[in-house]
Design a protein around this ligand. Structure first.
Ligand SMILES: NC(=O)c1ccc[n+]([C@@H]2O[C@H](COP(=O)([O-])OP(=O)(O)OC[C@H]3O[C@@H](n4cnc5c(N)ncnc54)[C@H](OP(=O)(O)O)[C@@H]3O)[C@@H](O)[C@H]2O)c1
Length: 264
């Protein structure tokens, strides 16, 4: 089922940098009116200036999406000022590269709050409008949701929750004409790997430029595909994992601890 973006109202969260900013520009170039949000107003302003070259009615809001109580009001404001929402892109998120031995419940809950409860709240707040408009929901999850990478238990859990939520929601909403999509970035070169309070990022995996994610997501909307991986070779690892999870985890233990001197 093809899906033309021309004239659609698209809300992209976490669009001051990285994947969100690149997607916002991609949607604007495709003719959508784009709403962008994040905490850093000046960086949002720069993105807005760029996307208004293609879509002059695009808008921005500075908002902290970790404030769950504020989300309902934010959703109403976006609907009023953007003129409704046809496509919701839940992209805002935080990493947490920290071994489980160093995690605290507070850290785990903060990650869960931004990466899972916040998109859930925003989705529920916008859902009746999305149903009315036969809209789309795009959840930016992660390969972590399917692969459980080392040193990222809190992050992995938050993304697995988002992916599981998306799968069930996809089925629930199919009869009312709303499609749900999951995007699993692998390693895309963004600020995510340079934020404080995180262990260093993965080594030995080539990071793709942020532009690499835009066309696959536009194609996904067009084709109606539920889940994509960027880069797509991650599918091979997922295929390898599920027939034998024990063997997969044993291989991951060897890989993760090969250089640390720790044994499994
Ligand atoms: N890069 C990768 O390889 C990769 C891999 C898998 C999944 N992902 C996912 O892709 C998404 C985008 O990440 P990215 O790589 O583009 O990283 P990024 O450059 O750090 O972008 C994160 C975005 O989220 C916004 N954000 C963070 N906390 C927020 C809050 N409390 N309220 C509102 N906005 C907030 C940030 O803006 P402000 O700081 O201005 O608020 C920024 O615009 C995330 O969900 C991430 O988990 C990325």
């Amino acid at each position: 089922m093809s899906y033309a973006l021309e004239g659609r109202r698209v809300l992209v969260t976490g669009a001051s940098t990285g994947i969100g900013a690149a997607l916002a520009e991609g949607f604007a170039r495709a003719g959508a009116v784009v709403g962008i949000c994040a905490r850093r107003e000046s960086m949002l302003g720069e993105v807005l200036q760029r996307i208004r070259q293609y879509s002059p009615h695009s808008k921005m809001w500075a908002v902290d999406l970790a404030d769950l109580e504020g989300i309902e009001g934010f959703a109403r404001r976006v609907e009023a000022e953007l003129g409704g929402v046809d496509v919701l892109v839940n992209n805002a998120g935080m990493p947490k590269r920290r071994r489980v031995q160093e995690l605290t419940p507070e850290v785990v809950e903060a990650v869960m709050s931004l990466n899972y409860f916040s998109p859930v709240r925003l989705t529920l707040a916008l859902l009746s409008g999305l149903v009315e408009r036969q809209g789309r929901i795009v959840n930016i999850s992660s390969v972590a949701a399917r692969l459980g990478p080392p040193g990222e238990a809190a992050y992995t859990a938050s993304k697995a929750a988002l992916t599981g939520w998306s799968e069930s929601m996809h089925v629930d909403l199919a009869p009312v004409g709303v499609k749900v999509h999951v995007v699993n970035p692998g390693v895309i070169d963004t600020d995510l790997f340079h934020l404080p309070d995180n262990d260093p990022g993965p080594t030995g995996i080539e990071a793709l430029p942020v532009s690499a994610i835009v066309q696959p997501v536009l194609d996904q909307l067009e084709s109606g595909t539920f889940e994509i991986y960027v880069p797509d070779w991650f599918v091979g690892i997922v295929d390898h994992k599920f027939p034998d999870t024990d063997a997969y985890l044993e291989g991951t233990i060897q890989w993760a601890h090969a250089n640390t001197g720790e044994s499994g």
